[in-house]
Design a protein around this ligand. Sequence first.
Ligand SMILES: Cc1cc2nc3c(=O)[nH]c(=O)nc-3n(C[C@H](O)[C@H](O)[C@H](O)COP(=O)(O)OP(=O)(O)OC[C@H]3O[C@@H](n4cnc5c(N)ncnc54)[C@H](O)[C@@H]3O)c2cc1C
Ligand code: SF4
Length: 324
Amino acid sequence: MNAFSYARPTALADALRRLRSGAVALAGGTDLLGLMKDGLVRPDTLVDLTGIEGLRGWSRERGKGLRIGALTPLIELEGNPQLGQLMPILREALRDAATVQLRTMGTVGGNLLQRNRCWYFRDEGTPCWLKGGTRCFAVDGENRYHAIIGARECVMVSPSDLVPALVAYDAEISLASSRGRRHMKLADLFVAPHGRERREHALRPGELITEIRIPEAALARKGTYQKAMDRKAWSFALVSVAAAARIERGVARDVRVVLGGIAPIPWRVAAAEKGLEGSELDEAACADAAERVLAGATPLRDNGYKLTLARELVRRALRSLVAA
Ligand SMILES: Cc1cc2nc3c(=O)[nH]c(=O)nc-3n(C[C@H](O)[C@H](O)[C@H](O)COP(=O)(O)OP(=O)(O)OC[C@H]3O[C@@H](n4cnc5c(N)ncnc54)[C@H](O)[C@@H]3O)c2cc1C
Ligand code: SF4
């Protein structure tokens, strides 16, 4: 690991000023420190965000939806009973994410911005395309865990469990930098690396995520998160599905289906969601939606199994929204 200086500001403005000159933000450190130890990130300065007032915790104001501070530890979203009632999908998404220790240290903002888990990417000595090299080694190499859809030059997959659940509730994020503030849909934060865009996130240099917001209307949705893993604990999703909808007199409205683990970005197909509008989410409608979500998938040599898994998880997740 390279030598670096360390600062722990207590004011957001101070942190933003330091980040302006190329420092790297540190939250729980559960991803960043691993990347530093492996020589993949070499910051001159780390700006520890955990001392900043007001970036931690959550609140709900009637009519204004749910606000979650970016520095909130994952374990707080998972364990809080009121939040469990308001948005049970958060607990479902997080209970199989990493380990209790990692969820205690790891924060919401860090989870959204964690880097991908491609083993070629994580190996310091492998100069793959995403790291500025000329080729993606996974395309013809070991690609059991890689993308089956939506990939271009890089076939890595979106690793987060929290992201599909938040996107299924139309989450928005607030960003701050020394140049000001902006807001965007969480879904727009993610980039499928291509061309000059050799990156996974659309964050600008020096920018921080300060909070995540769930609009009030989305809180009326029923949601579910389903995750397939290759062992029962401490494992990233092979495939995951967040499904949500408002169920009115037995029919579905505002349907969302968002997949993780199959594409470089959280995978959503608007036409499939529209096709379910007003449906009773019966077997035929759910199976049809699963086909539409995965239309155009092109598995690699070792990951065709993801197609079967994804179809089945989409079907199950949607059916569970109307189960008694
Ligand atoms: C063994 C292992 C298993 C795991 N399994 C899972 C899993 O199953 N599911 C899952 O979802 N995740 C899993 N993870 C990932 C884990 O959830 C993340 O490492 C964690 O959420 C990152 O949060 P952090 O606060 O520690 O981020 P950090 O490591 O501190 O930061 C991560 C990145 O985000 C940036 N950053 C952090 N906060 C902000 C902010 N507010 N604004 C701007 N930039 C910011 C940092 O600069 C850094 O680039 C696993 C990790 C490990 C090590
Ligand atoms: S999938 Fe992406 S991160 Fe992995 S080797 Fe290919 S270019 Fe690199």
